[in-house]
Ligand binder design. Structure first.
Ligand SMILES: *Cc1c(COP(=O)(O)O)cnc(C)c1O
Length: 339
C-alpha cells in the first residue's frame, strides 16, 4: 500500500462519507433546486456568519471568482509571491479579470499591514488601481504557517482604511483554526470573501465554497456560470462536503501531530539540510546540495512513499486523513535509514 504524502487532496471518501453521498437528496442546482447543495451553502455561510456561499468544483475557481467579482480591468491585486493565486492558477487573475499583480516577498508567505500599505499605488492615470488583497491561511508553499486572529485583524483594518477588498484563500483555514484561538465567525467578520476547500484536509472528493455577502455571491454565481462551473445534481458532492464538515474538522490535530513526528525524523537525517518550521499538516524541507530531489523521491518511491518536489532540492510532505499512525512510523523508519 502506497503512503501518499503528495498532497492532502489524495484522500478517498470514507465508508461513512460514501453512504452520505449515496443517500443524498438532489435536484438541479442551476435552478437552485438541489436541497443538499442549498444545505451545504447555508451551513457554510452560517459557520462564517456571512450572508451567502457558493459551491464550486475547485478552489482555483472560488479564488478566481472572488478576484473577478472584486475587481475591474486595470486594477491591481496584492499578494505574497508564494501564494496559490499567483503560483498555481495559470495567471488566471490576468486571463479572467484583466488585472495586474503586486507581489510581496513576505516572511513564511505572510503579509503585514506595512507590506500592504507600501504596495498601494498612488492615484494617477498611469498606475493600476490597487483594489484587492489576497492572503492565504494556512500558507501552502511557504510550509503551512498560519496567521493568528490578531494578524488577520490588523490586515483587515489596513484594507478597510485604504478601501481595499480583502479575500482569504482559506483552502486550509480549518488547519489554521486548529492551532489558533479563533472562531469561524471571528474570521468571517474580517474578510469581504473567503474560499474554503472541502477536498484538502477535510477529505471530500471534490469541492470548494466561496463565501461573502449576497451581492457578491450573486455576481460570483454569474461568473461561475460563464466559466462553465454551474453543476446540476451536485448534491451528491455537497453531501460529501457536509459529512466532511461534521466529521473531519476535529481530527485535523492528528495530522499536525503526525507532521511533528516526521519533522523529528527529518531533523536526524544526514541527507537533509534544513526543515522549515512545521506548523500544521505541511512539511517543507531542503536536501543537502549533493542530494538531488529526483534521486531522493525515487528512494522514497522504492519504499512505497510518494512525495513531490516544490522547488530546487525542496521536498514537500502533506499529512491527511488517509495517513495512519502506523504509516507515520514507517515513514520515520525509512527516513532514518536513508543514506
Ligand atoms: C489547493 C489550493 C487551492 C485550490 O486548489 P484546487 O485544486 O483548484 O481545488 C487554493 N489555494 C490553496 C492555498 C491551495 O492549497
Amino acid at each position: 500500500m502506497i503512503i501518499n504524502l503528495l498532497s492532502d487532496t489524495v484522500t478517498k471518501p470514507t465508508p461513512g462519507m460514501l453512504e452520505a453521498m449515496f443517500k443524498a437528496e438532489v435536484g438541479d442546482d442551476v435552478f437552485n433546486q438541489d436541497p443538499t447543495v442549498n444545505k451545504l451553502q447555508s451551513k457554510v455561510s452560517n459557520l462564517f456568519k456571512k450572508e451567502a456561499a457558493l459551491f464550486c468544483p475547485s478552489g482555483t475557481m472560488t479564488n478566481q471568482l472572488a478576484i473577478k467579482a472584486h475587481t475591474n480591468p486595470l486594477d491591481e491585486m496584492i499578494c505574497d509571491q508564494t501564494s496559490h493565486v499567483y503560483q498555481y492558477e495559470n495567471g488566471g487573475y490576468s486571463f479572467h479579470s484583466g488585472i495586474s499583480i503586486r507581489l510581496i516577498h513576505g516572511i513564511n508567505g505572510k503579509l503585514t499591514p506595512e507590506d500592504i500599505r507600501k504596495a498601494i499605488n498612488p492615484h494617477a492615470e498611469w498606475y493600476p488601481h490597487s483594489k484587492l488583497v489576497v492572503i492565504e491561511n494556512t500558507c501552502n508553499k511557504a510550509g503551512g504557517g498560519y496567521y493568528t486572529l490578531e494578524e488577520m485583524a490588523a490586515i483587515s483594518e489596513t484594507c478597510k482604511k485604504h478601501h481595499l477588498k480583502l479575500h482569504l484563500d482559506g483552502a486550509r483555514i480549518f488547519n489554521a483554526l486548529t492551532e489558533i484561538d479563533a472562531s469561524t465567525q471571528e474570521v468571517g467578520a474580517l474578510f469581504d470573501s473567503i474560499s474554503i476547500c472541502l477536498s484538502k484536509g477535510l477529505g471530500a472528493p471534490v469541492g470548494s465554497l466561496l463565501i461573502g455577502n449576497n451581492d457578491f455571491i450573486f455576481q460570483a454565481r454569474r461568473f461561475r456560470k460563464v466559466m462553465g462551473g454551474a453543476m446540476r445534481q451536485s448534491g451528491y458532492l455537497a453531501a460529501a462536503g457536509i459529512y466532511a464538515l461534521d466529521h473531519h474538522i476535529d481530527r485535523l490535530t492528528i495530522d499536525h501531530q503526525h507532521a511533528k513526528k516526521i519533522e523529528q525524523a527529518l531533523l536526524s537525517s544526514p541527507l537533509i539540510k534544513e526543515v522549515l518550521p512545521v506548523y500544521t499538516n505541511i512539511i517543507v524541507f531542503k536536501l543537502q546540495p549533493e542530494v538531488t530531489a529526483k534521486v531522493f523521491i525515487q528512494q522514497l518511491a522504492n519504499q512505497q512513499i510518494s512525495a513531490i518536489d516544490i522547488g530546487e532540492n525542496t521536498i514537500r510532505f502533506v499529512l491527511h486523513l488517509d495517513i495512519t499512525s502506523a504509516m507515520v512510523s514507517t515513514v520515520c523508519s525509512v527516513l532514518k535509514a536513508l543514506r
